[in-house]
Design a protein around this ligand. Structure first.
Ligand code: FAD
Length: 444
């Protein structure tokens, strides 16, 4: 997720969130809670319940904990399958608090250190880049001012009405993809114009973890009974308690991704209330695809943080993070967004590599060697996720995120980034949602 928009949203609210929920300690010694999913929301919920004496069992379908926080260090530097940045690393952000607690080294990425290359592979002049920046600012302002709550248009439809020429200009399509589609995690044709920018953010410029995002997981996993490779396929609930995969408990917290809820792979007995079923259907769950290419030598400017490349179709490997700015490794991390991300997800790694190299060769020509290492993601193809993160889809509402915040029959709770509109699609949102679900049980 990218937060160029954050600057416009700051000042909306400032939140004081402590790592502890602030709920008075209460004896849950005789209470068993089953948490479904060991992502950061499930782990945060589990820790809070453990602190209050509950017996907590976490059932995780995958063979690792962390979910969409997953780091591969095989290149000598972190390849983040999922979350890469702490968005808004102010002292109020619970992920920043965790990072500070464990003294995790971070690096401030510089959004302004960006070189953009046009459709012919040549670098944009300062004036051309300024034109892109001005267009983006102007569009955001118009979307804020001219799109009202009940507007049902997608971002693409709204822009077609407000400034149609932007959609016909390759540079306009690039900025909409690299800035908006990256940020929101879906195609501009599917994102609700009214709700796209209505969430909020913590203050501060984004940072990455130089030793891996997953370093924050150890304290969250500590002491928890996490059962890996244990997919849940049935959750029965009633006034007396829950039964999950045949295991009885007092409460359950379901923290599986929205993409999994959409598949109906988990049977709820009785079926979920209608408002939840509608929310599951109407909220969007998009994809973002990453490929890391490690080369023997750098053929690009080693000091530039990001490279933008104007590509067709829109969303195809159009934004690149340069690892040389924070490491010795000659790694470029390419990203695909919007409607191109699921196309990229379906490619084999070698097809994806060729596709990404073709984009780099349009700029750096024969200087682009074969990479010595490749790592890639395919989020919409992963059965335990079915996408990257939730977004406000056309036809849905922001309230539908919040529907998940209420318990079902006072026994079944939901957590996860898709259950908290203000901070959806982030690690801090997921963390806060887990704490929220645990607090509701503690206070029950
Ligand atoms: C490509 C990408 C880039 C991102 N970039 C950022 C970023 O830079 N900054 C940021 O703040 N956020 C980012 N995010 C979002 C962030 O990673 C997520 O919001 C957050 O990690 C979600 O946590 P969660 O606990 O809600 O869900 P998850 O981490 O998805 O955890 C849910 C768990 O449920 C498990 N599960 C699924 N089905 C079952 C089942 N049937 N039974 C049992 N377990 C099951 C899954 O395996 C998973 O472990 C990114 C995500 C992606 C994919």
């Amino acid at each position: 997720m990218y937060t160029r928009r954050s600057a416009l949203k700051l000042g909306i609210a400032s939140f004081l969130v402590s790592l502890g929920s602030g709920v008075q300690s209460q004896d849950l010694d005789d209470t068993t809670v089953i948490v479904i999913g060991a992502g950061i929301s499930g782990l945060a919920a589990g820790q809070e319940l453990l602190r209050h004496g509950a017996k907590v069992i976490i059932l995780e379908a995958g063979d690792y904990a962390g979910g969409r926080i997953r780091t591969d260090m095989s290149m000598g530097v972190p390849f983040e399958y999922g979350a890469g940045w702490i968005h808004g690393p102010s002292s109020a952000n619970p992920i920043q608090k965790l990072a500070t607690q464990i003294k995790a080294p971070t690096f401030l990425t510089d959004d302004n250190s960006l070189e953009v290359f046009g459709p012919d592979g040549t670098q944009l002049t300062d004036a051309e880049y300024q034109h892109i920046d001005d267009t983006y600012e102007r569009l955001l302002r118009k979307l804020y001012l001219r799109v009202w709550n009940r507007d049902t248009r997608s971002i693409k439809e709204a822009i077609a009405d407000l400034e149609p020429e932007v959609l016909n200009d390759p540079l306009g399509r690039w900025l909409l993809s690299a800035f908006v589609e990256f940020d929101i995690g879906a195609g501009i044709e599917d994102i609700s114009a009214a709700n796209a920018f209505a969430d909020t953010a913590f203050e501060g410029d984004d940072v990455i973890f130089t030793e891996g995002y997953d370093t924050i997981l150890a304290p969250l996993m500590s002491g928890l009974d996490i059962r890996l490779s244990t997919p849940v396929n049935r959750i029965a609930y009633g006034d007396d308690g829950v039964i999950v995969n045949g295991i009885p408990a007092d409460y359950a917290i379901c923290s599986v991704p929205l993409g999994v809820l959409k598949t109906n792979d988990i049977e709820f007995d009785p079926p979920l209330p209608t408002d939840l079923q509608v929310a599951i259907e109407k909220l969007g769950f998009g994809s973002v695809t990453k490929i890391a290419l490690r080369f023997d030598k750098a053929f690009w400017d080693e000091k530039t943080q990001y490279f933008g490349i104007v590509t067709e179709p829109k969303g195809r490997w159009n934004y690149w993070l340069n690892y040389r700015t924070f490491s010795e490794e000659n790694v470029l991390l390419g990203l695909s967004f919007g409607s191109y991300a699921p196309i990229a997800d379906r490619m084999s790694q070698s097809e994806m590599t060729e596709d990404a190299l073709a984009v780099l060769r349009a700029v750096w020509g024969e200087h682009v060697d074969e990479p010595n290492t490749v790592l890639s993601t395919h989020w919409s193809e992963y059965t335990n996720f079915r996408g990257a993160y939730s977004y406000p889809q056309t036809g849905g509402s922001t309230e539908q995120f919040e529907v998940f915040g209420e318990p079902v029959a006072e026994r079944l709770f939901f957590a996860g980034e898709h259950t908290i509109f203000d901070y959806h699609s982030t690690t801090h949102g997921a963390f806060l949602s887990g704490r929220h679900a645990a607090t509701r049980i503690i206070e029950n």
